[in-house]
Design a protein around this ligand. Structure first.
Ligand SMILES: Cc1cc2nc3c(=O)[nH]c(=O)nc-3n(C[C@H](O)[C@H](O)[C@H](O)COP(=O)(O)OP(=O)(O)OC[C@H]3O[C@@H](n4cnc5c(N)ncnc54)[C@H](O)[C@@H]3O)c2cc1C
Length: 414
């Protein structure tokens, strides 16, 4: 069985490795970019996805590059602590949570693909433009005029997926919720013990900050990833959807000028970044099906979601493992695609919807609504029980409830 993968991002490369692991060795990856470049800023890989990467033999490399996040803490815009919880191994998972540079994660996956499948399987500069699906094979066409024929085509081509558009030509551009995200990485001193991820503020004016580099940690320093999210004034146009688009540092600092906390000086953090990248917070409505016979979707092409709860890359990795498993075990490709659709579409659609409701970070909004000027005692604003319930409910929806994950059988093909 030959699998054509359109898109060599985290989803596409994870699929290639998962297929190889499942014994399906005929794989061709077509990536639009001229090279697989280690771009982006920080990203979180949650325990449910680290488990899958560990089963693919990549745990040591992740541990050499990323920070095993030990705590997640939410603060108000005044720097008052609302909630904190252990994360990864500290929370009882059998697998860590890693905060890592997206480019390094992509590099780990790419090197493994080259080693295991061969460099000749990765075709860069190959932008898919269309495909024909008849009763048998699928013929994929690329912008440079080349073609590739396979038994299945998987669209891993991100939020602007050409493969998705072929089935939903009228869907239009992704939906913007009015929030602009500025992102960067800054070298600095470790904060809050060096393995804590924090969020401060509330939806619409929120900072997300976490360290991402083991090398820096070993040197007593921190490479700090940050995302500044700010709801634009009504009527302002949507920022460009280009992950590499940079803006002036002052734009990101202005809404967060007052975020100077005992443990972290946010304006100084933003000012210290080498570059500030701007991107709109966008998603798409969940689809009614990803089951298109011998064609399907994976990762952001299938379920682009707001970056709430750190789930985009993690869900793409799990998609890859489930699809590879079904392709190895089901009697036909069509049956495998149907089984994949039935297993992965409902939970990822639920996450897309949960993220629109601000996911686990709702507690920060409740505190802002109830005590915008700050609080003397947190329990007068929000009860412990309410906080625990918000955290528990999201873990359940996103599939990383520790007990469920620790007990779940492996997705590896025996
Ligand atoms: C350059 C870049 C930087 C990013 N930076 C961050 C970040 O810093 N933090 C974060 O949380 N998330 C970031 N993301 C998004 C994050 O990586 C994804 O949400 C997540 O990992 C899902 O992965 P994916 O493989 O499904 O999609 P993507 O990561 O979007 O990968 C899609 C891949 O398909 C390729 N592609 C697109 N169109 C075509 C086509 N027509 N034919 C062939 N290939 C095509 C793209 O070049 C890309 O390599 C970034 C994405 C990109 C592309």
């Amino acid at each position: 069985m030959k699998c054509i993968i359109a898109g060599g991002g985290i989803g596409g490369l994870s699929l290639a490795l998962s297929l190889h692991d499942a014994g399906l060795r005929e794989v061709e990856i077509h990536e639009a970019a001229p090279a697989v470049e280690e771009l982006g800023v920080g990203i979180n890989v949650l325990p449910h996805a680290v488990r899958e990467l560990a089963e693919l033999g990549l745990l040591d490399e992740l541990a050499e590059s990323g920070i095993p996040t030990a705590e997640l803490a939410y603060y108000s815009k005044r720097g008052q602590r609302i909630w904190s919880e252990p994360r990864g191994l500290a929370a009882g998972y059998r697998w860590p949570q890693f905060s890592i540079h997206r480019g390094l994660l992509l590099g780990i996956l790419h090197r493994a693909v080259v080693q295991r499948l061969g460099a000749e399987r990765v075709h860069t500069g190959h932008s898919i433009t269309g495909f024909d699906q008849q009763s048998g094979p699928v013929l994929a066409r690329f912008a440079d005029g080349s073609r590739d024929e396979g038994d299945i085509l998987v669209g891993c081509d991100g939020i602007h997926s050409v493969v998705r558009r072929a089935f939903h030509p009228d869907e239009g551009p992704p939906q913007w919720n009015g929030i602009t995200m500025w992102r960067g990485v800054t070298e600095g001193r470790p904060f809050l013990g060096g393995r804590t991820m924090i969020m401060a503020g509330h939806f619409g004016r929120r900072m997300v900050v976490y360290p991402i580099s083991k090398r820096h940690e070993d040197e007593g320093r921190a490479l700090i990833n940050w995302v500044a999210e700010f709801r634009n004034a009504p009527g302002r146009p949507m920022p460009r959807q280009d992950w590499e688009h940079t803006v002036r540092v002052e734009e990101a600092i202005e809404p967060f000028a007052s975020f100077v906390f005992e443990f972290l000086d946010v304006p100084a953090l933003i000012r210290g970044a080498r570059a500030v990248y701007q991107y709109p917070m966008v998603d798409r409505d969940p689809l009614p099906s990803w089951d298109f016979g011998r064609v399907t979707l994976l990762g952001d092409a299938a379920h682009p979601m707001f970056p709430v709860g750190s789930n985009g890359a993690s869900q793409a990795i799990i998609d890859a493992r489930v699809l590879a498993r079904e392709l190895a075990l089901q009697p036909t490709i069509e049956a495998a695609v149907s089984a994949y659709d039935a297993t992965r579409r409902p939970p990822t659609s639920a996450i897309v919807r949960a993220n629109r409701q601000v996911g686990p970070e709702r507690c920060m909004d409740l505190v802002e609504e109830r005590a915008p000027e700050g609080f003397a005692r947190l329990d007068e604003v929000i009860s412990r029980q309410e906080l625990e319930e918000i955290s528990r409910a999201y873990k359940h929806t996103a599939g990383f409830d520790p007990e469920v994950l620790n007990r779940r059988p492996s997705l590896s093909v025996p």
